[in-house]
Write a protein that binds this ligand. Structure first.
Ligand SMILES: C[S@@+](CC[C@H](N)C(=O)[O-])C[C@H]1O[C@@H](n2cnc3c(N)ncnc32)[C@H](O)[C@@H]1O
Length: 208
């Protein structure tokens, strides 16, 4: 846990109650020990999409659709959230939850490796959300820049990766991937980036 446990507990405790669909998804994440972003980051994603006036959002790594529900709810009528996942079972589950939430018309589901799917998509997108396997994080920057409009947002979860990014002895591929991603977005001439130490860290970049 990045944030002091008592602060984390406080932040969790003051989150507004979620509706039945999000509550059921949170229960499923708990039951399956599945790393959905949770309500603090979910609320941030919705807020960022709204602030950017987003109409088109691309998710890289959607799981069973928890973060996608937060995005879809932040979009105006006619908006689109594109979900990607390499698991057909997870995407089918996402389809069901989005339908139950009355958001099916905003969802576009793409089964397959997320970066391969991204290569086949046309921009512009207003926001790209990255939540794929951590060792591949550095490979996200170039396709995201290609797909984003100027002023669009690249948002990445787990930017502090359980604090492992701070531990030099951690040399595993996932930790190295997150470190390399953070360095890349902080130094990239086309991006302005802030890493927010919310939950497991969220990197927010704007394309200049
Ligand atoms: C952390 S979970 C996503 C959670 C989701 N964003 C949420 O908060 O509800 C990561 C998901 O990305 C998928 N995934 C990881 N790497 C991927 C890749 N390279 N291409 C496609 N899917 C990937 C996994 O199957 C998993 O469902």
């Amino acid at each position: 846990m990045i944030v002091h446990p008592s602060v984390e507990k406080y932040l969790e405790g003051i989150q507004p109650a979620r509706d039945a669909v999000l509550a059921d998804m949170e229960a499923e994440a708990l039951r399956r020990d599945f790393p959905a972003v949770g309500p603090q980051v979910g609320a941030l994603l919705g807020l960022l999409a709204r602030s950017a006036g987003a109409r088109r959002v691309l998710e890289l790594g959607s799981g069973f659709g928890y973060s996608a529900v937060w995005f879809a709810r932040a979009l105006p009528d006619g908006g689109e959230v594109h979900l990607t996942d390499s698991s057909a079972e997870l995407l089918e589950s996402a389809r069901g939850y989005l339908a139950r939430a009355g958001l099916a018309d905003r969802a576009r589901l793409h089964l397959g490796e997320a970066l391969g799917v991204a290569r086949g998509l046309q921009g512009p997108f207003d926001l790209v959300f990255n939540d794929i396997d951590k060792e591949h994080y550095p490979e996200v920057v170039a396709p995201a820049l290609r797909l984003l409009r100027p002023g669009g947002l690249l948002v990445t979860d787990n930017a502090l990766w359980h604090g492992r990014v701070t531990q030099p002895a951690r040399r595993d591929a996932a930790t190295r991937g997150v470190r390399a991603y953070n360095r890349a977005v902080l130094s990239h001439p086309e991006l302005s980036t802030v890493i927010l130490p919310l939950r497991d860290g969220v990197a927010v970049s704007v394309k200049r």
